[in-house]
Ligand binder design. Structure first.
Ligand SMILES: [Ca+2]
Ligand SMILES: [Ca+2]
Length: 218
């Protein structure tokens, strides 16, 4: 673990859901058989996506051209940030070594729950939650097919409502629609927000309530 990297984070009655666990194993299975620069059946070779410690929460999506884009969190800056990498259909790494920085925190972040979808143009839109404002808020960023970060630095605010917002799903519609767990009402609810291809938030500020029934929705 990198110096200064946090070892714990107070996630409110929240355990990593199965949809965050299975992509991690999928990532291991897929990339454990890849050499640098090309796919291979040699299980002793690997394609390095990133060499930093505390890599967590890998998420993967197709790039629409036979390749993939991977998003994850790691602690290279002393706090967990969000990074992404594209690999083409032949297994070639396309973006900056160890990935493009999508969000680099100033403080001690821990496990930022990225979600990723293709943008329909060879890039991706990534959503995550972070603690820059004191409790978890949801942000999103778009990276084009060449690894250029397109939206506001450190991401567009999708929801900065009171208490915590943890993204759980993102789908592309040219821009993206993002759904998240939301604690603004004192228990898990589901909210959603739409963002266009240029990073403009289109729906009600801090998101549309999808379900605010009693008890937990997760
Ligand atoms: Ca919040
Ligand atoms: Ca509820």
């Amino acid at each position: 673990m990198s110096a200064g990297c946090p070892t714990a984070r107070n996630i409110k009655r929240f355990a990593p859901p199965i949809h965050l666990i299975w992509p991690f194993f999928t990532f291991l299975i897929v990339f454990s058989s890849l050499p640098v620069g090309a796919w291979t059946a040699d299980t002793n070779s690997n394609t390095a996506i990133s060499n930093f410690n505390d890599l967590l929460a890998h998420q993967i999506t197709g790039d629409g051209n036979g390749g993939v884009i991977v998003a994850w969190t790691d602690c290279r800056s002393g706090a967990h940030g969000i990074y992404a990498q594209r690999v083409d259909a032949g297994g070639k790494i396309l973006w900056a070594t160890n990935g493009v920085a999508v969000y680099t925190p100033d403080g001690a972040e821990w496990y930022l729950y990225p979600e990723i979808t293709g943008d329909g143009a060879g890039g991706a839109i990534i959503a995550w939650s972070d603690l820059r404002s004191g409790d978890d808020d949801t942000y999103a960023q778009r990276v084009d097919g060449n690894g250029n970060v397109l939206w506001t630095a450190d991401g567009v605010a999708i929801s900065s409502a009171e208490d915590d917002q943890y993204p759980r799903k993102i789908v592309s519609d040219g821009g993206a629609i993002i759904a998240w767990l939301d604690w603004r009402n004192g228990n898990d609810d589901i909210y959603a927000q739409r963002v266009d291809a240029d990073g403009n938030v289109l729906w009600t500020t801090d998101g549309v309530a999808i379900c605010t029934a009693e008890g937990r929705q997760d």
